[in-house]
Design a binder for this molecule. Structure first.
Ligand SMILES: Cc1cc2nc3c(=O)[nH]c(=O)nc-3n(C[C@H](O)[C@H](O)[C@H](O)COP(=O)(O)OP(=O)(O)OC[C@H]3O[C@@H](n4cnc5c(N)ncnc54)[C@H](O)[C@@H]3O)c2cc1C
Length: 488
């Protein structure tokens, strides 16, 4: 339905104010377009996953190597050569673009550790950057956000896009029906709409239908990313790609009081904490090396990489030594929605979380097993076997190398672990011009996309590649969108 009256209008309407939205909006503005951003979150919570990310972005050193590396990352889940080419060429230009806007790209100091798959061809193209001298808490996002705020680009907060308005005859996208304070508003896009509203990390129905191996999964990023861009694009005839790929799973605590997950220090590969700790599945047995540094959720399997197995419900079991060693959760606001936005103040001695029932305890293993619904005999066998292996310093079952500590005598503790993720990669498929495609391969007129909503990553993922790609396709989408002739 085309509305009789439009409430707002701009040349380019950008839906979603994260890194991809910034790159699209700023590029379009610099090319002379009037730009309007619709953002679902209230002011202060905009920025999506970008706001709470580790703040690194990719700038590759050679287009040729970058193309080789991306192809190797995709493996059998191939993407069109033309997409690889534009991604690779543009990925080398992120720093040039940011510098041209007054930003301050700084290379991460821990190179070459940040190369996620060093054995793959072309991997030496990886160079990770952040903005400004301090690496960490929201610094890059702050700079990105200021690029929008220092320009006359209107941002409508608490105004989620709900539906794309499409000309029934031509298929052209003419604008967006959004919601503001409970009312529908109609926003005209004279030239084009760019969808940059992130993934479906907080949409359990989509997770169940699209992500394999996880009956449910919770986000450590923005709870506002509920797959709206996927619903909107499907409704105007888009096709989807990479829906089963995601940066996860990991194992984390999810409680009903908060929308996002809490990561446990004892499970972090780089954190050494005292005491016995293992994770078991519903059969009371271990199923993985709990301290393995996954490659964004992927683990090696038979010469290839597969998503970490997460038999739900999972329980992290631990002893009194770990319980009394300090907070089980690292509340330092370095990354993650719970740390940066919720600022949950976890108690120093874990007592508040014990009282809240987030941590279960019992004097004996049998008592703990009963309280969490596991078979007491199997749990005893599992812990006995772990203790023998830990004392010998060899985990024959899963080859864990870190924190091989036997359990103390009781009391014992358990925390239910849920699959958690950083972000999804799937969404409407776009082409090398960032135009959203229909199932027959034709582009939907005047509809573009960028960012993790329909990302190029189909299989393996190189850390910092998501924000790098936001900048890449944000720019590409805007360059093409501003060349559209206004439809009025
Ligand atoms: C904890 C964490 C750490 C990470 N670290 C890194 C890292 O260091 N480097 C890296 O490259 N990647 C990292 N990632 C992944 C990366 O942050 C994201 O993939 C990337 O930032 C996505 O950017 P985007 O612009 O596509 O979406 P987002 O940044 O998620 O922005 C989407 C925006 O759209 C808004 N929105 C949603 N629905 C609507 C709607 N209907 N209408 C209007 N607005 C809407 C959201 O509120 C949000 O503001 C991390 C992710 C997490 C969670």
């Amino acid at each position: 339905m085309i509305p009789e009256k439009w409430d707002m209008a701009a040349d380019i309407v950008v839906v979603g104010f994260g890194a991809a939205g910034v790159a699209a909006a700023v590029t379009a503005f610099e090319l002379g377009a009037e730009v309007l951003i619709l953002e679902k979150a209230p002011e202060g919570q905009e920025g999506g996953n970008t706001r709470v990310a580790g703040q690194g972005y990719l700038n590759t050193s050679s287009a040729e190597s970058a193309a080789t590396y991306l192809k190797a990352l995709c493996g059998p889940y191939t993407v069109p050569d033309e997409m690889v080419r534009v991604w690779a060429e543009e990925m080398c230009l992120n720093n040039d673009w940011l510098r041209s806007l007054g930003c301050d790209p700084q290379e991460h100091q821990h190179q070459p550790v940040g190369i996620e798959f060093p054995d793959l061809p072309g991997a030496d193209c990886v160079h990770k950057f952040h903005d400004g001298p301090t690496y960490g808490y929201s610094h890059t996002w702050n700079r990105f956000e200021s690029l929008v705020k220092e320009r006359p680009i209107k941002v409508c907060y608490e105004t989620p896009g709900r539906e794309l308005i499409q000309d029934g005859a031509s298929g052209e996208i003419l604008g967006v029906r959004a919601q503001q304070g409970g009312n529908a508003i109609f926003v005209k896009a004279r030239k084009a709409v760019v969808l940059t509203c992130g993934g479906f990390e907080n949409n359990q129905e989509m997770i169940r239908n699209y992500l394999s191996g996880v009956p449910y999964c919770y986000t450590s990023g923005s709870p506002y990313n509920e797959g709206d861009g996927i619903s909107m694009a499907l409704a105007v005839g888009a096709k989807l790609w990479h829906m089963n790929n995601f940066a996860g799973p990991s194992m984390a605590l999810k409680v009903p009081e908060f929308p996002t997950t809490f990561s446990m220090q004892a499970l972090h590969f780089a954190k050494s904490v005292p005491g016995g700790m293992i994770v078991v599945g519903p059969d009371g047995r271990r199923f993985a090396d709990e301290k393995f540094k996954t490659r964004h959720g992927k683990v090696p399997a038979n010469g290839t990489w597969q998503a970490l197995s997460t038999p739900c419900p999972m329980y992290m079991l631990f002893d009194q030594k770990l319980m009394t060693s300090g907070p089980l959760y690292d509340k330092t606001p370095s990354h993650g929605w719970t740390q940066i936005i919720e600022r949950y103040d976890w108690s120093e001695d874990n007592s508040a979380e014990l009282r809240q029932g987030w941590i279960k305890t019992a004097d004996t293993l049998a008592g703990l097993a009963q309280s969490i619904g596991l078979d007491p005999e199997q749990l005893r066998l599992t812990v006995d076997r772990w203790n023998i292996q830990a004392e010998a310093g060899v985990d024959d079952d899963f080859h864990r190398a870190l924190m091989l500590t036997p359990f103390d005598e009781g009391p014992y503790y358990a925390i239910e672990m849920s699959p958690s993720m950083l972000n999804t990669q799937g969404g409407p498929q776009r082409n090398e011009k960032a135009r959203v495609l229909r199932p027959d391969g034709a582009a939907i007129p005047r509809l573009y996309s960028a960012g993790e909503l329909g990302s190029i990553y189909s299989h393996l993922y190189q850390g910092t590649g998501n924000i790098g790609e936001c900048l890449v396709f944000g720019r590409i989408s805007a360059r093409n969108a501003v060349n559209e002739t206004p439809w009025s």
